[in-house]
Design a protein around this ligand. Structure first.
Ligand code: HEM
Length: 289
């Protein structure tokens, strides 16, 4: 597809909309241009005619576009400034060291996902959201259903509802006494501007988006480095390249599923036409290689 002229239209499966036809973008230049084009929108809010899943509920940020997206997104930026995230460093360093020590103590063979890749981001997101770590098997199971891309609408609705119930408790607690976590901060700074349902949506979106992605990256990054010993040696020999290595691993592993947009106007994308109303699928996986 990358070397052929024009843009293919394919039938693809979408977790909320079912089977749809979409223009599929696989070339770097096309995907890059599409990400930057405001006429290609992620969603127009929540669609009450479609099943209520994590992807289609109030507070799920990627479902919004334009001013409504900015309104909600603005409420979270205070919790994710560089300074704010930097404050997590000492606690995270201790947590990482403890887990590495436990792996050494356990000795070979040790399961990297169970011992490290899943607990580190799970503990971090629990800390950020005031979610009890004891509920991890529930939210990890639900996240897996939601992100694995093959679950049908019934399973998606059920997993989303289970997360909702748990997050509703945390929202109630933070409404009564705002804590130091992300939801407490949002309640303190913007509590009157959003509903409980939107707050629950923020919480479940961050809970799922904030641990599954990072867990997958940690596990696959170690595998990629073990399969490429020269790259592993380069990283070991010079810790200054760590930042570049993370960027390169994000590019190379390209873990996000293809991203769907909808054209709200006729668009000329690098000489190819996309009509208003057409769905467009962006594939970082192919574009980044
Ligand atoms: C390696 C780790 C991660 C990867 C690969 C990743 C990937 C992505 C991708 C591909 C999107 C959609 C972007 C789009 O539609 O244009 C996204 C959105 C988002 N991610 Fe992540 N993510 C990661 C970690 C996190 C973490 C740790 C958090 C929270 C603590 C987070 C929270 C979000 C949120 C809130 C959105 C929606 C943003 C919006 O619509 O304004 N992500 N992420």
């Amino acid at each position: 597809m990358r070397v052929e002229d024009g843009l293919p239209r394919l039938r693809v499966f979408h977790p909320v909309r079912g089977e749809i036809e979409a223009v599929v973008l696989t070339r770097y230049s096309d995907v890059r241009a599409a990400f930057a084009d405001e006429r290609l929108v992620t969603g127009n809010g929540i669609d009450a005619t479609l099943p209520r899943t994590l992807f289609n509920r109030p507070g799920f940020l990627p479902a919004y576009s334009g001013p409504e997206h900015s309104r909600l997104r603005r409420m979270l930026t205070g919790s994710f400034t560089v300074r704010q995230v930097e404050q997590l460093r000492p606690a995270m360093e201790t947590m990482v060291c403890d887990h590495l020590d436990a792996m050494v103590e356990h000795g070979p063979v040790v399961d990297l996902v169970e011992a490290f890749a899943l607990p580190i981001p799970s503990l971090t997101i629990c800390e950020l959201l005031d979610v009890p770590y004891g509920t991890r098997s529930m939210f990890q199971r639900c996240s897996q259903v939601i992100t694995d891309g093959t679950a049908d609408a019934d399973r998606l609705v059920a997993a989303s509802a289970e997360l909702n119930v748990a997050m509703a408790d945390i929202v109630t607690r933070n409404r009564a006494t705002p804590g130091d976590g992300v939801l407490g901060t949002v309640v303190r700074e913007h509590g009157a501007e959003l509903t409980d349902d939107e707050l629950i949506g923020f919480g479940t979106t961050l809970l799922v988006g904030g641990h599954e992605t990072t867990a997958t990256m940690l596990a696959l990054s170690v595998l990629a480095l073990l399969r490429n010993p020269h790259q592993l040696a380069a990283l070991r020999d010079d810790p200054a390249v760590t930042g570049t290595a993370v960027e390169e691993l994000l590019r190379h592993l390209a873990i996000p599923a293809p991203l769907l947009r909808t054209a709200v106007a006729d668009i000329d994308l690098n000489g190819n036409r996309i009509d208003a109303g057409e769905h467009v699928l962006l594939s970082p996986l192919t574009a980044d290689r």
